[in-house]
Design a protein around this ligand. Structure first.
Ligand code: GRF
Length: 212
């Protein structure tokens, strides 16, 4: 994935604006930018918000995206002030490791991807290789990833989409992480596109598309 051309992920028009939140490597952000540039995701990245200086923020800046660093956990007021000017149709968590306050007006409009099949292997402290170590320790024969809407807890909101991959006999956490990430790269842009383009109802933790 190289640098994307500004006209695609930064382009204007009636393309839905998204805000992408990062804390780490920025692979998810780069994948989304590539999906936009490749025409697989009709969106524009209006802003990248990072919880710290990190490779994801550095890449965003270099790509010419509006990039804001706000360290630590954000209060509702701080989150609102930083996000409001961009009026995102969706707030997209892309390896963001801080808990976000739920803002009125943003309910069901904050989406995350988790590198396992929720509701297993989620919750506070379950990120990065720890997730894959836990999947291997449990003896699972499949793993995968989950796109979900965020609520006030960690990894518990309505599930939008899931995709699976096998767990192999000789897997290490690193090998499994790489296989899951490949699945993420396909699933996340597709699920975000679905959320932006379709109408949904949410009933408890169940999300259902309203037929067009
Ligand atoms: C991804 O594996 C995703 O599942 C999780 O955090 C990781 C992000 O990696 N939410 P990166 O920071 O985008 O490289």
């Amino acid at each position: 994935m190289g640098l994307h051309h500004p006209s695609a992920s930064m382009g204007g028009g009636d393309t839905p604006p998204i805000a992408v939140l990062v804390s780490g490597g920025g692979r998810t952000l780069r994948n989304l930018a590539a999906a936009i540039d490749g025409g697989r995701l009709r969106a524009r990245i209006a802003a990248v918000l990072a919880s710290r200086e990190c490779p994801g923020a550095a890449w965003a800046r270099q790509a010419g995206l509006t990039t804001i660093i706000r360290p630590g956990d954000l209060s509702a007021g701080a989150f609102q002030r930083v996000i409001e000017p961009f009026a995102p149709a969706l707030v997209v968590l892309a390896g963001y490791l801080r808990k976000l306050p739920m803002l009125p007006g943003l309910e069901h409009r904050v989406v995350n991807i988790h590198p396992a099949l929720l509701p297993g292997f989620g919750g506070r402290g379950m990120y990065g290789l720890r997730v894959h170590e836990a999947v291997l320790a449990a003896g699972c024969r499949v793993s995968g990833c989950t796109v979900h809407l965020c609520d006030a807890e960690y990894d518990t909101g309505p599930i939008v989409a899931q995709a699976c991959c096998p767990v192999l006999d000789d897997d290490t956490p690193e090998r499994l992480a790489a296989r899951v990430f490949e699945v993420e790269c396909e699933l996340y842009p597709r699920a975000i596109s679905d959320l932006l383009e379709s109408a949904f109802t949410i009933d408890g933790n169940r999300i259902r598309r309203i037929p067009a």
